[in-house]
Structure formats: structure tokens, C-alpha cells
Design a protein around this ligand. Sequence first.
Ligand code: AMP
Ligand code: ZN
Ligand code: ZN
Length: 505
Amino acid sequence: MPPILSNARLLAIAILSLGLLACQSETRLGSNAESQAAERPMPLLLISIDGFRHDYFDLAETPALDRLIDGGFKADSLHHVFPTKTFPTHYTVVTGRHPGTHGVVANSMWDPVRDQRFSLGNRDAVGDGYWYQAGEPIWVTAERQGMTAATFFWPGSEARINRIRPTYWKPYAGATPHAERIDQVLAWFDLPDAERPDLVTLYFSTVDSMGHRHGPRADAVRDAIIDVDSHLQDLLNGLDARGLLGNMHIIIVSDHGMSRVDFDQYIMLDEYLDLSRVTVSDWGPAAQIWATDMSAEEIFTALDGVHPNLRVWKRDDIPPRYRFGSHHRVPDVLAEADLEWMISNRPHMAGRSRFSLLGMHGWDPALLEMHGIALMHGPAFAPQTRAPAIRSIDLYALMTHLLGLEPADHEGSLAPFLPYLDADQPLQPETMALSCEQGEITLQLRRGPRHLALHHGQEVHVLDQADEHGQRYEEVDLLVDLGTDPIRVRMDEREWNDCLVVDNV
Ligand code: AMP
Ligand code: ZN
Ligand code: ZN
């Protein structure tokens, strides 16, 4: 379990950070901005490029993203939460809670208490705060503490959550031209001080849509990246012209990666289960199944072991690493397919073209193909800073810190970021190759000052430093102990006690 910071500790950190940011502002802003900046933290702009996989940077020239990367912090990738779907993962970024806690457990969900369904296309549901109220998004934290928030789209931002909406917000309209989004964000920053937002969100969906339609890394994905990047360049130029770039924080994330899917790799649930006797609230890489006319035990028995590319768990047996256990919207039975495999049913697939869907996401967040991106820019981050994979669950702690806010209860940690925030030198990760089982298994470690990413085959896990000396790293069901000789590594049920460093970069 990552340390959950107590409110008192976070408050102390927040107060410290206010001091730090105020100092930085004073040295970098002109004199008439000085007195005001001393009491008001610099604005934070949070941008999401939906479905931008961690490795898409080499697909296209991205001068705007490069400008931020050169001038700031880039993690190898962003480890998300289960399920790796737009609404659950975006809501985790802004709340610091797992989907099994914040309650947005899928893009399509069923609420057994209200006996209601939620789906992305259902405007009433998307705008209804009931679905989001188990997490406090950062715009609510900001507004509650007297700041002003503005959202040009973000899952949850249209709803009154515990009675609070961003001061400025937009009903979701996917066709809104990108230029209009950029112009509006710049216009928000042009507002008089009393109205100007402290926190702004911005969202782009086209990289994801092209990934679904044409497959990851397709030409159409590259074109979508080029288009988004060119609009980001307009945004950066606009911020620069206003003297803001360098005097604000910008965080760019994506909400998950993308994997290819294969028309011949669909598992049809109706071959094993009478679908009239259960409710399936979500399909795809994972299926969320409810016991209606059958018990959870009967559903489990009907699906367990029936297909080599399918795993199935009753709610209480879902791997702890998924942290998908507690909310009443977590289904009775969860079935998950292997990467590149999908769960569907014969009526749904009847007549579908094999080319109608070439990319998908939603699988285990540890799978590298599900990892997104994380870039940060602004006075808190030294240029050219590089980090191992980081976790999206920790971003709420970071963002409230940057804004000097007292965070609401959350499940992330600021700890992995603290060394970066304090550094006046660009930090770089250390890379170590480990060989275990007499060379049969190789693992790669990417070590930052307070956390470590463990790369193993298709999986990348993020572990927190668990001792003072930076020898022991832990997460649920994961351990890397560099202090033992030979080195000890545990991943889920797999354990290696004989690992040796074969390469240290
Ligand atoms: P996904 O396939 O999980 O990546 O979902 C991506 C889709 O979610 C986008 O193409 C949009 O259609 C939809 N979407 C994103 N943000 C919102 C929003 N705030 N409200 C409604 N739908 C949204
Ligand atoms: Zn998405
Ligand atoms: Zn998508």
C-alpha cells in the first residue's frame, strides 16, 4: 500500500509549498505582479490527450510537446488504474482515488442502489453528480477553498458534485474545433484577476478515436497527434505572449494507452452463460457481470477455466493489485481477457466487419500498452528532468500541492514527486538490469529518487520506496529488495530470490 498521507502532513506540505511557489513567483514575475503572486499560487493547466500511448512520441514530430519536455519533466510512462477506460482513469487523475473507491467503475456502469445505468452517451447520467460523489475532483477542492476552476471538458466536470461545479465549464461536445478550445482557455487566462481561473482543464479525444478505428500507431493516429500538437503550439505561444509560460504549471497526461485487437480473438460469453439470467454492465477487455437470476458462485463456475485467454473472479477475489473492491458499483463477477482479446456475445458481433474496431484499451493497468503519458512544465520542475513510470493515482496529491490546496481524502502520495520539486538540477532515472533464475528471467529497474519502476516482459509496475536507504520498494503484491544479496523480487504470486545486477547504467 502506498503511504496515505495524513491531512495534517499534507497541509504542512501545502503550506510549505505555498511559500516555495511564492518565492519562485517573486523572482520570475514583474514587480506589479509581485505582491499578488505572493499570495496567489500560479495557475495550473491540466491537459488530457485521450488514448496517447506512452510510446507515441516517436510517431510524429511534436514540437509543442517537445517544448514542454525539453523545458520540464517527463516520466517514461503513466501507470493508470483498473479499468483503463476514459471515465474511470480521468476521474482518478482528478480525485486521487481508485475507480473501486470513487465509484466511476466503467464507462458503462450499473448502480444497484438506484437501479440505474450510466453510459457516456447518456447526457442525464453524465451530468448527474450522484455518479461522482464518492470522490472529490480537484476543481471541487479548489472551488471549496476559494479558488476558481474552469474546465474545457473533463469527465465529471458537467455535474454538480456535492453541490459544486467549476465556475466555468462546458457541456461535452466532441466536435468542438480544437482552435475554439485553445481560444477559450487563453480567454480564461485573460480575465481580470478576480475572475481568472487558478485551475483549467483541457481535453482532446481524436488520438483515441483514431486509435480505435485504425489501430495504435496507424497513420491516422499520427495525423491526429500532429493536429493536437499544432493546436498546443498555438496555446503555448499564446501563454508565452501573455508572460504566463514559465509562470504557471502545465501537466499533460493521457488516460490510457491502446492495444491492437483481433477480430478472431473474441470470447463470446453467451457460449458459456445464459445471458438472460445475468446483467452485464460493461463489455470489452473486461466484462462486469451482475448476479440477477444466477448467483455469483454459479456465474463464476460457468466461466472459470472455460477459455485459456479469460480470467474470472468474484468481487472479493479480484487481485488486490487492481484495488477494485469496495464501491457498490463493483460487479459481483469480473471477467478479464488477455491483452488483444475481447469479451463480447454472438448477437452483438453478428454482422460486424472485422475492420470496425482495430484498437482498444481497458486491460490490466500494469500492461505497458495501457500506459499513458505524463509531462509537467513550470517553475516546480527543472528542465530536462526525466523520471521512471509514475502513477496516475498520485497526481491529485501533486496538483493540490502545486495549487497550495489542502487535499481531500485520497489514495495517492506526493512522496515520489518531492525530490523533483526540490531539485535545482535535472534528475534522471538510474537503469539496472537484473538477471534471475540463473539468467532465465531478466528484469529492468528504472529507479528515481523515491520510487522505482519494475519492467518485466509486457508489464511495468510502480513501487514506492519503503525504507530510508532506497533499498526496499513495495506495492501491493510487489517487492524489490536491493538490500539482500542476491536481490529479491516478488510480483503477484511469482517470486525470485536469486537476482543479480547484470548491467547498471
Ligand atoms: P474511451 O474509448 O474510453 O477512450 O472513451 C473516449 C470517448 O469518451 C471520447 O471519444 C468521447 O466520445 C467520450 N468522452 C470523453 N469525455 C467525455 C465527457 N466529458 N462527456 C461525455 N463523453 C466523453
Ligand atoms: Zn480514453
Ligand atoms: Zn478509447
